[in-house]
Write a protein that binds this ligand. Structure first.
Ligand code: HEM
Length: 509
């Protein structure tokens, strides 16, 4: 009798919770008269995401394909209403025109619980603005030119290590090799350490680098869409081991340089300037008086370490992904591979060696990389959070403070009405006339507006140097083990092939 009562009470409670969830909590968009995707209890629209049935790129791509004609529509992250925007004009409003209302990403950042999360990517409001102003001089072409020697060394190392594999005409998993190459570069320029990943393959630097991205989809979804939950329970999002390892590496090398008065032209040197002076020294000594005169606002050690961390996290996987997909496509189209190799040969011959200017003269290479990031944007969607309520111009949508807005980049990049025959890899899409005929906000591999990727220039150059080195020495073919088209990895934070990308590599004739 008692058991029966307990069961009845339990079922009644469940029905009440379900009814409240479905008809009260999940009624926001219906009441507002805004088109929305039908949610389910309790995950809203993100059930497939948090159970890893689909990847983030597939999730937003599907939404884009099905509902893009609505220009903007509602979804639910659990019971939290959120907006997806597909129209390039509205995207421009959010990313640029009304930036003051959308200046944060709304992802997890908590200096106390998780010191490395206080980085440029995750910070919000004034803290972000102050830091962005300080960091901008770090990424000028002059500063990047000074770091070119390191890129060259790592590029050469990559070729040397692949030589014996190529002589045997063997198969390689190319993403792993590019990951080792970009890890060595960023470890050198942001942490001042020679990580030797190209030579050693699976050492501790590579281990911790991979660990950064090994986040369960549930935690990744929480960090991206509901960081308040992590904040409330003081849950760090960055693996403790990663924090310990990278902080220690950064500290050791900063102290070594300070003790021995070592100055190298790299990101670490610029971060040391931000810690010691509060600003980055201008390249031209004549500009010294124009630099900010205040000595206050210096970065603390942990603040600087957080920026080294984000250079690593944002810089190595995105560039290695781009280089990987580029060779994946070129392996399938030998004529394009030859065309690019011819350009590389010609310009290297003209300059006598690989220089910063030589790489920047390779215009076909630039188009090939842009087309790669169109078809495979490493970060397949953007997020913003509304920081001040606003009526979204040209719609009937009122966006309240705190609402998340998502922009499905992959959907835009593969939209046949913007890019005809979108599955075709065609670098000529980036000819001047084609570029001019497209909406500027229909191509967003680096995002846009004041929060656009600060490292884009560096991302381009390290991707290009890797490719120039490999293509001038080797020929690549697709190994039958690699799927065409790729199957997206639901566990990866960036766009990635689930089973890797295998190519055969041969010394060129
Ligand atoms: C091909 C390479 C790269 C791609 C595709 C890429 C892509 C992106 C994207 C899509 C964003 C978000 C932009 C937005 O929300 O509007 C971003 C932000 C950012 N990226 Fe990159 N990135 C690349 C390379 C790099 C490199 C090499 C670094 C550093 C060394 C870097 C550092 C950052 C930082 C710090 C932010 C946050 C900027 C801010 O909020 O102020 N990225 N990146």
């Amino acid at each position: 009798m008692v058991l029966a009562e307990v069961i009845v009470t339990f079922i009644a409670t469940l029905i009440i919770i379900y009814t409240y969830y479905k008809y009260v909590l999940l009624s926001y968009w219906r009441k507002k008269g805004v088109f929305y995707v039908e949610p389910v209890v309790p995950t809203g629209n993100i059930g497939s995401l948090i159970t890893s049935k689909v990847s983030f790129d597939e999730f937003f791509y599907d939404l884009y394909v099905k509902y893009k004609d609505h220009r903007a529509f509602g979804i639910y992250i659990f019971f939290k209403p959120s907006l997806v925007i597909t129209d390039p004009d509205l995207i421009r409003v959010v990313l640029t025109k009304e930036f003051k209302n959308f200046h944060n990403r709304g992802i997890f950042s908590n200096e106390k619980v998780d010191p490395l999360s206080a980085n440029l990517f995750a910070l919000s409001g004034k803290k972000w603005r102050n830091l962005r102003v300080k960091m901008t001089p770090t990424f000028t072409s002059g500063k990047i030119k000074q770091m070119f020697a390191i890129l060259k060394i790592c590029g050469k190392e990559l070729v040397n290590s692949l030589n014996s594999v190529a002589q045997a005409g063997d198969r390689i998993e190319i993403k792993d090799w590019f990951g080792r190459y970009t890890t060595d570069i960023i470890m050198s320029i942001a942490f001042g350490v020679q990580s030797n990943c190209i030579k050693e393959g699976d050492n501790e630097f590579r281990y911790w680098g991979k660990k950064i991205f090994e986040l369960h989809p549930f935690w990744r979804a929480l960090s991206a869409f509901a960081p308040q939950v992590l904040n409330f329970f003081s849950i760090p999002i960055i693996d403790r081991g990663v924090t310990k390892f990278l902080t220690k590496t950064f500290r050791n090398n900063v102290e070594y340089r300070q003790t021995h008065n070592i100055v190298r032209h790299d990101f670490m040197n610029l971060l040391i300037q931000l810690m010691e002076k509060g600003y980055v020294e201008p390249e031209d000594i004549n500009d010294i008086d124009k630099s900010p005169s205040t000595n206050i606002n210096r970065l603390t050690f942990l603040q600087a370490a957080a920026q080294a961390f984000v250079f690593f996290a944002a810089g190595f996987e995105t560039s290695s992904t781009t280089a990987t997909f580029c060779l994946y496509e070129l392996a399938q189209q030998q004529d394009l591979q030859d065309k690019l190799r011819n350009e590389i040969d010609e310009i290297l011959k003209k300059h006598g060696e690989l220089t910063y200017n030589a790489v920047n003269e390779m215009t076909y290479l630039h188009k090939v990389i842009n087309e790669t990031m169109r078809k495979y944007p490493p970060i397949p969607f953007l997020n913003r959070i509304c920081t001040e309520e606003i009526n979204l111009p040209t719609t009937n949508i009122h966006v309240p403070k705190g609402m998340t807005i998502s922009i499905p980049i992959l959907g835009l990049h593969r939209d046949p009405s913007i890019y005809p025959d979108p599955d075709k890899f065609d670098p000529e899409r980036f000819n001047e006339d084609k570029l001019a005929s497209r909406h500027h906000y229909a191509y967003l591999p680096f995002g846009e507006g004041p929060r656009v990727c600060i490292g884009a220039r560096f991302g381009y150059i390290q991707t290009k140097v890797g490719l120039v080195n490999l293509l001038s020495r080797f020929k690549f073919n697709l190994d039958p083990r690699t799927t065409v088209p790729i199957i997206s990895d639901p566990k990866s934070s960036v766009l990635a092939a689930k089973d890797g990308i295998y190519l055969t590599i041969k010394i060129r004739n």
